[in-house]
Design a protein around this ligand. Sequence first.
Ligand code: GAL
Length: 424
Amino acid sequence: MRGRLLRAVLLGLACAAPAPALPADPPESSLQVLHWWTSASERRAAKVLATRLGEEGIEWKDNAVPGGAGLGAGKVLKSRVLAGDSPGATQIIGVSVGEWAELGLLRGFDSVAVAGNWNRVLFPTVYSLVQHDGHVVAAPLGIHRINTLFYNRKLFARLQLPPPANWSEFEQAARKLRAAGITPLVQSSEPWQVATLFENLVLAESGPEYYRQLFVRLNPQAAADKRLLQALTHLRTMKGWMQLPLEEQSWTDAVRRFARRDGAMLVMGDWAKAELNEWGYATDDEFSCAPMPGTAKLHLYSVDTLAMLGAEGSRMAAQEKLAKLVVTPAVQQQFNAAKGAVPVRRDADPSGMDSCARDSWTTFASGAAVQAPSLVHRMAADEQSRDAIIAEVHRYFMNDNVTEADVQRRLAAVLRALNSRRRN
Ligand code: GAL
């Protein structure tokens, strides 16, 4: 209901009668950019963009809103747009790009995409994520891999443990770590972080086809599937590998605990690698990453994108400059190295990347059949569907009295409701 109301108000704004023609304003020499990159490595990555934009004569006015996975930024963006004070550029990702575009609030920049050959240089999945109704409405920054298992390489070596490749090796590693007095897994109980484990487990258990039935097509029948039951059971098993009491921590705090050796493994998007590097832990020294067990050839992705807002012609040149520069090979390389992501370009050179990034980029490059869109990061479904599924999973995770059958029944009902909403 609230979503609908907001939609109606935003639509009203978008359709408001144009103001009478005034003399054109001079081109703006600064651009406000709203995003949720607030950790040390994220700030460094944003600074890469700010510096390059500065070299083009445009000042990057930073509007960073705290909140992992963009929880706070989404709210700030909506209220700013409602107040008629939209930032010139904003981080909006996945299905949300289409939602904002449908309201007529995003500036298209087909000419930038044509001049930069985006249809050829971008991975097809990325190119389709930045389009709406055949027009380019967002600029892609980088591809994150969500199915990443971080493990403490030194601890693993000491216990002669290989990184686990499947569920039974994962369980075995957890057992051995426990026996050695080490907490197997560091993880926060924040809802989106719990759901990160869950979407990983669904993918590991079933592969991209079933994953899409559940999270993209929101097929109620998929909720009754045995593979979902298995993923839930595994989620509860993994809860037993964590330190109690569970704590609802930010992702940076969870990474900090992993760095401090509070536990031997952590499942987190590869931005955690950038943060570890930033704090002086080099990849393949203290820690390494491996694909989440059972997903070696798969890529659970989240693509960061920037969209441009506001109808003012005076902003257009600055917005187009930003859109153009983020896709250039040099910025792609620099930004993604700082962010822990990989380039959106098919012509990137994987030989200069670290082991995590190389595996991520080459796996993604092997094509759509191995790719799965992250529900948590809005790549699979709209905000309301995402939130409803995350709430059910979180409730199950927090309360051991909730049974798998309960969740399956409730999820089927949620998916049925979401589907009927889609049809209306
Ligand atoms: C994702 C975003 C990443 C990273 C992460 C943690 O949604 O794509 O760039 O910021 O959230 O907040």
